[in-house]
Design a protein around this ligand. Structure first.
Ligand SMILES: [Zn+2]
Length: 164
C-alpha cells in the first residue's frame, strides 16, 4: 500500500497537480490523495487565492473515503484535470464538505473543508465514481488551455501527453 501511495504522490508531483485518485493511475481502489503545496499556492495571484478560498494543504491520503455535503451553496470556478489534459472549464461545486476515511496508516480520519479544498475533494471523489469534471462543467466555458501558446507561436507547438 505504501508503495502505491508513494507512486501516486510522485505522479501527482510530476504533473504539477494537487489531487490524484487511484483509478487515474489504473488502480481500481477507492483512494485519493491531496497536496496543495506552498510552491503551487504561490503560482496563483493573491486575487485568485482569495476569491477561490485557497490555502496550503499538506499531503493527505483518504482510503475508502465518504463524502457528506455540509453546505449546499454552490460556487463556480475553473477546474482542470490530468485525465483531460490541456483543457479547463468552470465547474460548480458545493462550498463545504466533510470527507471521512482511513489514513495511510489505516486510522480513521475526517476533514471538514470549504472553498478550494472542498473543490479538490469533490473532484477526486468524482474520479472514484467514474465521473470527470466534464460531466458537470458549464459547457460554454470549456477551453483548450493550449490556445495561448498556439497563438503566440503561430501554431508551432508540441502538446505532450506525458509529464512535463
Ligand atoms: Zn481529475
Amino acid at each position: 500500500m505504501l508503495q502505491l501511495l508513494k507512486k501516486m504522490r510522485s505522479v501527482m508531483h510530476s504533473y504539477g497537480s494537487f489531487g490524484l485518485a487511484a483509478p487515474q493511475v489504473g488502480v481500481p481502489l477507492s483512494i485519493f490523495i491531496v497536496e496543495f503545496s506552498e510552491k503551487i499556492y504561490e503560482e496563483f495571484s493573491p486575487e485568485i487565492r482569495k476569491s477561490r478560498e485557497m490555502a496550503i494543504i499538506p499531503f493527505k491520503v483518504f482510503i475508502n473515503p465518504e463524502l457528506k455535503i455540509t453546505n449546499y451553496e454552490k460556487v463556480c470556478f475553473p477546474e482542470a484535470c490530468e485525465s483531460v489534459r490541456g483543457f479547463s472549464a468552470d465547474v460548480p461545486r458545493y462550498r463545504e464538505v466533510l470527507v471521512t476515511g482511513l489514513s495511510a496508516e489505516g486510522k480513521p480520519v475526517s476533514w471538514q473543508v470549504s472553498g478550494w479544498a472542498a473543490r479538490i475533494v469533490q473532484h477526486e471523489m468524482d474520479h472514484l465514481s467514474g465521473r470527470l469534471y466534464t460531466d458537470i462543467m458549464v459547457r460554454s466555458t470549456f477551453t483548450c488551455t493550449c490556445w495561448d501558446k498556439v497563438n503566440r507561436t503561430g501554431g508551432r507547438i508540441y502538446v505532450p501527453f506525458s509529464p512535463k
